[in-house]
Design a protein around this ligand. Structure first.
Ligand code: NAP
Length: 255
């Protein structure tokens, strides 16, 4: 039986274990299992890979998507450009050919990119030329990378003022006319804090706006509800989640 898993902390919220073990593997007739490794320190991943020789690949989630990079031997172009990794393929090798004689080589990929791109593309209209990306974490990096590739001008919005980002208090109703895509890459609105939402001038939203929330639990977040009330098109992160999981499987099966 093939083995895959997830490293992150905490993992109570994780969708992947259920998706792979209860849907994807049985439906595709794949003889494999998926296990969670809840690790507060990303360095612990090396011990896991060493002690579990059947392990072929890992997903990597909060808070390790950026911190894992120095532990890897190689990055895909997209992972390097975004600076965030959520998929790791393990190549077992002769110890003498590996870093510190550890007996394996690790390559990092980013499947959030394909998940976000393939789920937002069908919703894009010619007037969607500018986007606000809320939050500056690992997922936001993948989102900004995709928007750039799609030719959409984007600005980051952060709680912290700095030269690369706007702050929430700088968002005016006039600006919302220009920025017709808003992507929530913050945890605001996620279960169990379902009453929270990013501070935006929601009253300035129209039917021309597209509000995309990376959160998938709950199905309709407060951010989406407030957008939908103004006639905006809204989407949650569930399709992205499924698409990125399938993309991870494809990365693990690369030669
Ligand atoms: P992360 O690295 O922790 O980053 C979240 C960012 O949100 C932070 O960098 C921060 O940016 C901002 N933030 C954090 N707490 C906040 C608060 N209380 N109020 C306002 N802003 C806050 O997390 P991530 O990995 O990027 O994930 C972000 C969200 O996307 C999570 O909800 C995650 O579940 C979801 N996600 C979904 C998918 C999917 O497939 N659907 C994939 C990946 C992630 P500033 O400090 O700059 O404000």
């Amino acid at each position: 039986m093939r083995r895959f898993g997830l490293v992150g902390y905490p993992l109570t919220h994780s969708f992947s274990i259920k998706f792979f073990n209860e849907s994807f593997f049985p439906e595709k007739g794949i003889d494999a299992e998926y296990v969670n490794f809840e690790i507060p320190d990303v360095q612990m991943m090396l011990d896991i890979v060493r002690k579990d020789p059947e392990l072929e690949g890992l997903n990597c989630t909060i808070p390790h998507k950026q911190a894992v990079i120095p532990l890897l031997d190689e990055l895909s172009d997209e992972a390097r450009e975004t600076g965030a990794v959520n998929v790791i393929k393990i190549y077992r090798e002769q110890p003498e050919n590996t870093r510190d004689g550890r007996g394996f080589r690790l390559k990092g990929f980013n499947s959030d990119i394909v998940g976000f791109r393939n789920s937002i593309e069908p919703l894009l209209q010619p007037h969607h030329k500018r986007a606000l990306v809320l939050g500056t974490g690992g997922a936001a990096k993948a989102v900004c990378h995709v928007l750039g590739k799609l030719g959409i001008e984007w600005r980051s919005v952060s709680r912290t003022a700095n030269e690369n980002s706007l702050t929430y208090s700088e968002l005016t109703p006039d600006m919302m006319e220009e920025y017709t895509i808003v992507v929530n890459c913050t945890p605001l609105g996620m279960f169990p804090k379902v009453g929270t939402y990013p501070e935006l001038p929601y009253e300035a939203l129209t039917t021309r706006h597209l509000l995309y929330d990376l959160i998938y639990n709950p199905t309709e977040t407060e951010f989406m509800k407030r957008g939908a009330a103004m006639g905006a098109v809204v989407k949650n992160g569930y399709e992205m989640l499924e698409l990125q999981a399938v993309a991870a499987w494809n990365f693990w099966n690369l030669k």
